[in-house]
Design a protein. Structure first.
Length: 276
């Protein structure tokens, strides 16, 4: 593996790439720097730990088709041949032989082969998988992109609330949108937490053309969700002042004084009733 790698402007200067969070973009560069000469990375989880990125970033790269995952845990950079060209005397073939056999290369991009074409190069008698089929195959390989399950995950409620507040038209059936929501729900967050983050970021970013474009599921519900939620100021509860009880009148008469007074009253009554 060489110490120098290249990245094509045709890949990393596109809206598709730049719309991703900066942490996801950084992970792409880390993976590209550590890939072998055929674009394969054998330990993506190790690179996650080194780069400080997380599984959401890796999943987003998969969903956006910047990388292709394999059941073995290996990933390959989809646009590797667009990014890099190595001279024959400097090239070292990948050790991921089986994974490479399952790919075809079309216009500098790797795609999953339907028939396992030898050497990854289709001949004139073999058809190249279409975009829809290619997408379906890759989606089946992503175990953390889930099917719609409205009874368990409030995909519809969250996305419709975001659309209502922003005037946008995100789809709650989108696998990428569901992936972020499911990840946060699995961490213990509730529907109200999503609404709070949406309202808070709308109050911060509306009117700022640079930031308004980040009012989208992949940014709001991604790895920074917890930080966004904790930015929201908490209103202090004012404790009501309870009225003071009126002071009880002080009884100046002691028990002994009361006893003496009762005796005197009885004696007066006795003298009054006695015949003269």
């Amino acid at each position: 593996m060489r110490n120098k790698r290249m990245f094509s402007i045709d890949v990393v200067d596109t809206d598709k790439f730049l719309d991703m969070p900066t942490s996801t973009q950084a992970l792409y560069f880390h993976l590209g720097m550590r890939a072998d000469d055929d674009g394969f990375v054998t330990s993506p989880k190790k690179i996650l730990a080194i780069s400080g990125c997380n599984n959401d970033d890796l999943s987003l790269l998969i969903a956006k088709n910047f990388i292709i995952p394999f059941e073995s845990g290996v990933i390959v950079i989809t646009d590797w041949k667009t990014n890099n060209y190595l001279r024959g005397d400097r090239y070292a073939a990948t050790r991921c032989i089986e994974e490479k056999k399952s790919l075809v290369e079309i216009n500098g991009k790797y795609q999953i082969s339907l028939d396992g074409v030898p050497d990854g190069i289709p001949n004139s008698n073999q058809c190249v998988p279409g975009v829809a089929t290619q997408k379906r195959i890759e989606e089946n390989r992503i175990n953390n992109i889930v099917e719609q399950s409205p009874t368990t995950y409030p995909f519809k409620e969250i996305i419709e609330y975001l659309n209502q507040r922003t005037g946008k038209k995100f789809k709650y059936s989108s696998k990428a949108n569901q992936k972020h929501i499911k990840a946060r729900i699995n961490e213990g967050y509730a529907l109200e937490d999503f609404k709070k983050v949406i309202d808070w970021k709308i109050s911060q970013w509306t009117g700022n053309k640079e930031m308004e474009r980040y009012l989208r599921p992949e940014t709001l519900f991604g790895a920074k969700f917890e930080g966004y939620l904790n930015e929201i100021p908490v209103a202090r509860k004012v404790q009501p002042i309870e009225p003071e009880e009126p002071e009880k009148p002080i009884d100046l008469w002691s028990d002994e004084q009361c006893h003496i007074m009762n005796l005197k009253n009885r004696m007066r009554g006795t003298f009054r009733d006695h015949p003269a």
